[in-house]
Design a protein around this ligand. Structure first.
Ligand SMILES: *Cc1c(COP(=O)(O)O)cnc(C)c1O
Length: 323
């Protein structure tokens, strides 16, 4: 068993911070900055690096078993890390029916990186955090990798206490930079850590604390409790100042509308930033809307965390929110 040294992958940390000129903010006296976490590493971009790094260090070279949907960025990042760092990976994928079809480009990439893919029905997948269900999945799919129990389980989306602690570094990199730091949310692990890291350090108690804003890309209204639970596990209780605006899911995960697509294409044109469509487009749309609504006082700086980059071969088929 080999220790894992993520430093050999030469991550770009701290990630770059870029001011952008955008009249949709400037006309309200608001300054926009982009935190380019998408540039941290080409195979493990954005928050996937920040969440996986502490988990892989803890796994110390043991096989990693984790979970995701058919287009999961987390599964792809885990598989790539396994190939680059030399540990085995097992991906449990939602949807038994996928086993009988050709792999989509995202899962094909996972398989090419050496991930063993195992497909489970949706009912089992939903109950995967139940200790009995998890134990049986590990027994069925984690075997062949050494002694039973000798594999490290990372939950769906990579979000656990270690992941939130890893994302606290994002907040620390942004202390004192702006009044608001906004991020798109799936499981909420990134927001949980970001908010904790933004809280003023004991050495600089007079520093003006920044607030973290989460934009959920899934519908359902469950995220507030998920973030609070992750903060309890990672930091022992509520940490930092955060809030959610749940209006910008555009119908749910991987859903889009013609207006959102046009917005993202226009943002790319204006700023030369490749806009990832599942998360980042919804975040930027939310910020432009909030600026227009006067949600940010004149003189405010707002930082948008660019958590990922578009992946041309791994996009889900277009789904319109109206259909
Ligand atoms: C996974 C992902 C997120 C969501 O992060 P959570 O910690 O699950 O909230 C946001 N943006 C991008 C680009 C992602 O790939």
């Amino acid at each position: 068993m080999n220790a894992i040294d993520l430093g050999t992958l030469r991550p770009r940390l701290p990630s770059p911070l870029e001011p952008v000129e955008d009249e949709r903010f400037a006309r309200h006296g608001v300054r926009l900055l982009l935190k380019r976490d998408d540039l941290i590493h080409p195979a493990l971009p954005g928050n996937k690096w920040r969440k996986l790094a502490p988990n892989l260090t803890a796994a110390a070279g043991r096989p990693v078993l984790t979970f995701g949907g058919a287009y999961s960025n987390h599964l792809r990042a885990t598989a790539a890390a396994g190939r680059l760092l030399g540990f085995r990976t097992v991906g449990i994928v939602r949807g038994e029916e996928l086993a009988d079809r050709p792999l989509n480009p995202s899962l094909a990439r996972c398989a090419a990186d050496g991930m063993r893919l195992r497909f489970v029905d949706r009912g089992t997948y939903r109950r995967k955090a139940d200790p009995d269900v998890l134990a049986s999945l590990v027994e069925r799919f984690g075997s062949g990798h050494g002694a039973p129990g000798d594999c490290r389980v990372i939950p769906e989306g990579g979000s656990n206490a270690l992941a939130a602690q890893g994302c606290a570094e994002l907040g620390r990199e942004l202390r004192g930079v702006s009044e608001v730091v906004a991020v798109a949310c799936g499981t909420g692990g990134t927001l949980a850590g970001l908010a904790a890291g933004l809280a003023p350090s004991p050495e600089a108690p007079d520093e003006r604390p920044a607030r973290a804003l989460g934009i959920p890309v899934l519908r359902g209204g469950f995220l507030g409790e998920a973030v609070a639970a992750l903060q309890r596990q990672a930091f022992g209780g509520p940490a930092g100042d955060w809030w959610l605006d749940e209006r910008f899911h555009f119908g749910g995960y991987a859903r889009t509308t013609p207006a959102l697509d046009a917005f993202a294409a226009d943002f790319e044109q204006r700023h030369g930033l490749p806009v990832e469509r599942l998360y980042v487009a919804k975040l930027l749309y939310a910020l432009v809307t909030l600026a227009d609504e006067g949600a940010f006082r004149p003189g405010t700086s707002v930082t948008a965390v660019i958590t990922g980059c578009p992946d041309p071969v791994a996009q889900p088929p277009e789904r319109s929110a109206q259909s």
